[in-house]
Design a protein around this ligand. Structure first.
Ligand SMILES: Cc1cc2nc3c(=O)[nH]c(=O)nc-3n(C[C@H](O)[C@H](O)[C@H](O)COP(=O)(O)OP(=O)(O)OC[C@H]3O[C@@H](n4cnc5c(N)ncnc54)[C@H](O)[C@@H]3O)c2cc1C
Length: 426
């Protein structure tokens, strides 16, 4: 990682954070609580993009998407539009390059590398979330009783066992449960479920309420949050950040700029001479119950491994969330894929069919080809930092990302960011 000159909060203009998703607000909170002046600029609403409707699960033991052989699944998915993984047959040159790089990272050695790189983020994550949630609003629906990863087939058993091994090697202690133990834990489980693993390190919550709560904490520590402000350009003079220019032409002074724009705004990186290979990977949610009627009686959060669907009980709803669709930067809701969530869940849990649907949503995960986030200084633009690429784990690793980036910005170093350097894509 290139050396970073520490930001002296007493002398400089505020640190500007572009993007008010879970990553942006966690960075703002970590900096503000250390006394740094912070300004968050969000073009829409705080937490209104990918961070709005995700599965709401903290799953630090979850392996990256680059499983050995995963690229073959992606190729097969081009002919099965209902597969949990999906690539649009209209592959752009950018996506083709990304897929090629992704395929090269789908091997066991790289998964081990990801585990080593993410270990300093994974281990503290449950405690960081507990600390933030401690004074959270009741609507947050925070739970610290983990989640259970369940399977119905021998292939699913293998996947869940692989995931449990990955979590174990990070220092967590997943417990194998047989069908009888599972039925006792979650009585709505159907007879077809063979077994599962309970992951005690898991946490669940309403992810949008979480972002709101963290933004509120940051403001209580003095951060300023402005919404409806789109950043068009990072201003650089003699190789150093001096501020940002907004879409309305306003210039805002800043010696430090953090780009936490998720799957959006690749132009900001391109213009700085460091294009990041981020592809949007669409996922969907369906909420059952709530204002329209009772939610299905599912008490325990679960991950349905063969269909890669998370079922998360929220205060008045059951959220079904999943699918990984590479079809470009758009928010088209593909109904058959959305309906596949409910159909899949009904195979594992009773009470799903016929439950009232209260929300249907899609969001774009920011994905790098090596499955690791890009967090750190942008080469060639002193004072500019990337904080993106968290793929399926942005909620999980948001607080740890904020802490690590605040260390780097304020002290010039952060050991936990080794391996996430954006310069690796140059
Ligand atoms: C279906 C689904 C389920 C998921 N489940 C989980 C889960 O259970 N656990 C988990 O950890 N993760 C999960 N994720 C992943 C998680 O949602 C993402 O990793 C995370 O939300 C990414 O956060 P972010 O802040 O990087 O991006 P975003 O939330 O997309 O935020 C980026 C923000 O930047 C703003 N922005 C962009 N460009 C500009 C600009 N030029 N100027 C100003 N503002 C700008 C956008 O408006 C947006 O608000 C899931 C994702 C999906 C889609």
């Amino acid at each position: 990682m290139i050396p970073v000159r520490p930001n002296d909060a007493r002398e400089s203009a505020p640190v500007v954070i572009v993007g008010g998703g879970v990553i942006g607000v966690c960075c703002a909170f970590a900096l503000a609580r250390r006394g740094t002046p912070v300004l968050v600029l969000e073009r829409d609403e705080i937490g209104g993009a990918a961070s709005f409707g995700n599965a709401g699960t903290v799953s630090p033991g979850h392996a990256p998407i680059n499983a050995p052989g995963r690229w073959r699944e992606l190729v097969r998915s081009m002919i099965d539009p209902l597969s949990p993984l999906y690539i649009s047959p209209r592959v752009t040159p950018g996506l083709a390059r990304w897929l090629w790089a992704f395929a090269r990272h789908c091997n066991a050695a790289h998964v081990e590398h990801c585990r080593d790189v993410m270990a300093p983020f994974a281990r503290p994550s449950p405690d960081l979330h507990d600390e933030i949630a401690a004074d959270g609003p009741p609507g947050l629906g925070y739970r610290a009783d983990g989640y259970v990863e369940v399977f119905r087939t021998s292939a699913g058993r293998e996947m869940a066992t692989h995931e449990a091994d990955y979590a174990r090697r990070l220092g967590f202690s997943p417990r194998a449960l047989d069908a009888r133990e599972l039925a006792a834990l979650e009585p709505s489980m159907t007879d077809s479920v063979l077994g599962g693993y309970q992951h005690d390190e898991g946490r669940t919550m309403d992810p949008f309420r979480f972002v709101e709560h963290v933004a509120d904490l940051a403001e209580r520590h003095g951060a300023v949050v402005r919404v409806g402000v789109e950043v068009d350009e990072v201003l650089i003079r003699q190789g150093r950040a001096v501020g940002v220019r907004t879409a309305t032409g306003e210039r805002i002074e800043a010696a430090t700029v953090v780009l936490a724009t998720g799957a959006y705004s690749p132009d900001l990186y391109r213009r700085l001479g460091c294009p990041l290979p981020i592809q949007p990977a669409k996922g969907y949610h369906v909420d059952l119950g709530g204002a329209e009627g009772a939610a299905p009686d599912v008490g325990h959060p679960c991950l349905l491994v063969e269909r890669a669907v998370f079922c998360t009980p929220l205060p008045d709803r059951l959220r079904l969330a999943g699918t990984l669709e590479f079809s470009g930067l758009n928010h088209d809701l593909r109904r058959p894929r959305l309906e596949q969530l409910t159909r899949s869940a009904a195979d594992y849990l009773s009470g799903i069919n016929g439950a009232p649907v209260t929300s249907e949503w899609c969001g774009l995960r920011p994905c790098t080809p090596d499955g690791l986030p890009a967090v750190g200084p942008l080469p060639g633009s002193e004072g500019v930092f990337a904080a993106t690429g968290h793929a399926m784990l942005g909620l999980t690793f948001g607080p740890a990302t904020g802490e690590a980036l605040a260390d780097l910005i304020l002290t010039g170093r952060s050991d936990s960011l080794a391996g996430l350097d954006p310069a690796r894509f140059r």
